[in-house]
Design a binder for this molecule. Structure first.
Ligand SMILES: Cc1ncc(COP(=O)(O)O)c(C=O)c1O
Length: 357
């Protein structure tokens, strides 16, 4: 049976990228050696790094005064590293859910954190807007897509202080004006690669704003100045990231993937809104294109386990909602084909016929 992969992360990658990765594991660039057993300091791997850099720049329109670097770890590594590098006195954070909260907790180790806005009053079902941003902050930190709750910023914020964004779960899924951000980072294991690497896009002048003497590996300057080669980088995830960027370019880049993502999300949200058995959990204006959360409608709550089983029998994988929200979450990352969303919608309709007379 065909599987429809709605996993929240690690998650679906394009078939052809997986195939390329498998080939490179067996024989990298016709070298007779596996990608897993070559030195990162080789011409072949230099080319992987250079190609990833130029594709990233092209796809996201990243200006020359921004540097891209990679470190091993996850977005959670950045929660403390961002603060270690830039939080001297006070930073602003917007609390839009679990990942923001974790970032706030780590930042507090380094200085004062002012939570400028939060959506915890309604279980993180919306993105706070129109809050004031004091000008004396070292930076403002936001989480652009809230993977667990299914909310997303649909506009780039304008900030008088350096804006730093965790884009783990929506990087390259929609157009972004990079110039509005001082730094963008994320774990790569949703739209880009397997787990193990963090990408970072940083405006060069931020390197002069590092506020303390740091361990070499924690300082962003180390990774920028050494082109992510100060130590051994996560070679395999970076290779897969490069192949994913190539795939994205081949299908038409960010404008095309955004068109596809809007189309997929529309299809599923329309069904959630139409089908009397289900309801969406977040404010419509802030609905995520990537993580689509829904629950059984009032009166049908006890059908949730049955629907999960029903969907599983029809090939749906990973649609159980996070325990903090309950219900269902269909993650519709870049590589998820429209056919998978259509299959889920068909499944919801079939379930409706069984239960709504
Ligand atoms: C938005 C966001 N930020 C941070 C994280 C944590 O990432 P990692 O597991 O790479 O540390 C996640 C993981 O799902 C996430 O979705």
């Amino acid at each position: 049976m065909k599987k429809h992969n709605f996993n929240a992360g690690p998650s679906i990658l394009p078939d052809e990228v997986i195939r390329k990765a498998a080939e490179a594991i067996v024989d990298f660039n016709g070298s007779g050696l596996s990608l897993l057993s070559i030195s990162h300091r080789t011409k072949d791997f230099d080319e992987v790094m250079a190609e990833a850099d130029s594709l990233f720049r092209e796809l996201l329109n990243i200006p020359d005064n921004y540097k891209i670097f990679y470190i091993g770890g996850g977005a959670s590594t950045m929660f403390y590293e961002v603060a270690a590098n830039f939080l001297g006195k006070k930073a602003g954070y917007v609390n839009t859910g679990v990942w923001s909260k974790k970032a706030i907790k780590e930042a507090k180790r380094y200085g004062e954190v002012e939570v400028l806005a939060a959506s915890d009053d309604r279980n993180f079902t919306y993105i706070p807007k129109g809050f004031a941003i004091p000008e004396d902050l070292d930076y403002l930190h936001i989480t652009t897509n809230n993977t667990i709750y299914g909310t997303e910023y649909h506009e780039d914020l304008s900030s008088p202080v350096p804006l730093i964004a965790d884009m783990s779960s929506d990087i390259l899924s929609r157009p972004v004006d990079v110039t509005k951000y001082a730094m963008i980072y994320g774990g790569a294991q949703k739209n880009l690669a397997p787990a193990g690497v963090v990408f970072a896009i940083i405006r060069e002048d931020m390197l002069d704003k590092i506020v303390r003497d740091l361990p070499t590996m924690v300082s962003f300057r180390t990774h920028v100045e050494n082109n992510s080669m100060f130590n051994t980088p996560p070679v395999f995830p970076i290779y897969v990231l490069k192949e994913t960027l190539k795939w994205l370019k081949s299908i038409g880049g960010v404008p095309e993937i955004y068109r596809r993502n809007v189309e997929k999300a529309q299809l599923l949200y329309d069904e959630i809104d139409r089908n009397p058995l289900f309801r969406g959990t977040v404010e419509k204006a802030d609905r995520s294109l990537m993580n689509i959360c829904f629950v059984m409608a009032e009166g049908y709550e006890e059908l949730a386990p049955e629907f999960l089983e029903f969907a599983k029998e029809r090939g749906m994988v990973g649609i159980k909602g996070h325990r903090l929200v309950g219900g269902f979450r269909a993650s519709c990352y870049n590589a998820l084909p429209k056919e998978s969303v259509e299959a889920l919608v068909a499944c919801m309709r079939e379930f409706e016929k069984l239960h709504v007379k």
